[in-house]
Design a protein around this ligand. Sequence first.
Ligand code: NAD
Length: 480
Amino acid sequence: MAGMKFDYAPAPESRAIVDLKSSYGLFIGGEFVDSRDGRPFKTISPASEEVLAEITEAGPQDVDRAVAAARSAFESTWSGMRPADRAKYLYRVARIIQERARELAVLESLDNGKPIRESRDVDIPLVAAHFFYYAGWADKLSYAGFGPDPRPLGVAGQIIPWNFPLLMLAWKIAPALAAGNTVVLKPAETTPLTALVFAEICQQAGIPPGVVNIVTGAGDTGRTLVEHPGVDKVAFTGSTEVGRMIAKSVAGTGKKVTLELGGKAANIIFDDAPIDQAVEGIVNGIFFNQGHVCCAGSRLLVQESVYDDVLASLKRRLTTLRVGDPLDKNTDIGAINSAAQLARIRELSEVGEQEGAERWSPPCELPDRGFWFPPTVFTGVSQAHRIAREEIFGPVLSVLTFRTPDEAVEKANNTPYGLSAGVWTDKGSRILSIAAQLRAGVVWANTFNRFDPSAPFGGYKESGYGREGGRHGLEAYLDV
Ligand code: NAD
């Protein structure tokens, strides 16, 4: 019967494949080293609050050492290496990621809280795909449209968020290395573990020491890296608030910068859309990765004439989603990444109710320990509501309606962000016309949250500037 949920026996993926150490140092100059002026902190599993490992918060001296190692590797080996040899290293990394895919998927789900189904089938395959893709560019930079002999920039300082830890690392490191730069990367404080295993993979692949350096830590470590005079390029993915601070701090320094920031995407359903497919797209758009997705379809715009049908189907579908243990292969929605993020989702959801929107969640039991939030739908949302304007970054959908295509475009563009959007309709001409009017870096048609290493990704307005992915993604790492 539609909407009925069968009882599944738990099918947890084994943790045995992961060899977690009790503590990790910093990865500088090709080795794991102790911190000189940092201090330890713990990374926990958001699904159980169990401590997974002790991590090092890098201090200014550590960051300085990492930047020096990257500079030395840039000058002595990497920038002058034959491009075809750089490509071989990147291929080797991609192959090892494939070989260690299961281990990386389990570790990502443990540290981040995302369902193993997603880390196994989406995150890690895409990580390998990015390294394969940019390996292919390493010896073809002269044909990339940036002049006959484009040069690397030097040392890249890269800062990434917690929602796709290893995938964001791949988006940053693969193009940087392909273009001949060396890197110092700082993973997010709540999800450092796969970056540290990536450091092991660099050792395994024989990447020359200092080409990749990983400094763990929180905002202070990130700020030190951004402000370091030895960094030639800053690449940041994270919140618009921190992105703004970074833009200010690098202004006038001559450092190149790319910012991939927040979003509040419209997912637009026209009355001629295939409703069942659209409902799958809505679910994927906002409940994939617990809604911790910068390009999530968090504002659903439904044409009034199909509103009742769409909402009924959507609610029916949501009653079938399983929330729980990220390592269980049946799980659709895992844990919220941190207590702080859960508090923000709760706060904005309460504001939604106070402002008069109607809140609905399917009946679902949440585990006692860990950080959890049920899939939630708000109807009766107006454009002025905070839940229609602010990024919630959680499994919360705000539903609005429209009557005409013009109204849909106007509402979709009524946001300070401009990262992504979705259009669902049977008519090709309508897809083209609406997509051309949407101020969003990516517009998906009759699909959502599709990623490919060859496709550029990035935003307009407060979603940031610069593009990652594809040929465009090389430009950010070349002196052009
Ligand atoms: P955040 O900005 O708080 O943190 C991101 C990273 O920046 C972390 O590694 C953090 O330690 C570091 N950081 C914090 N303060 C810093 C400072 N002053 N200087 C330098 N680094 C600093 O964001 P978050 O909460 O971790 O991530 C969620 C945000 O990221 C959301 O807004 C989301 O939309 C955005 N995001 C964007 C994209 C994209 O491609 N556009 C992708 C994923 C996430």
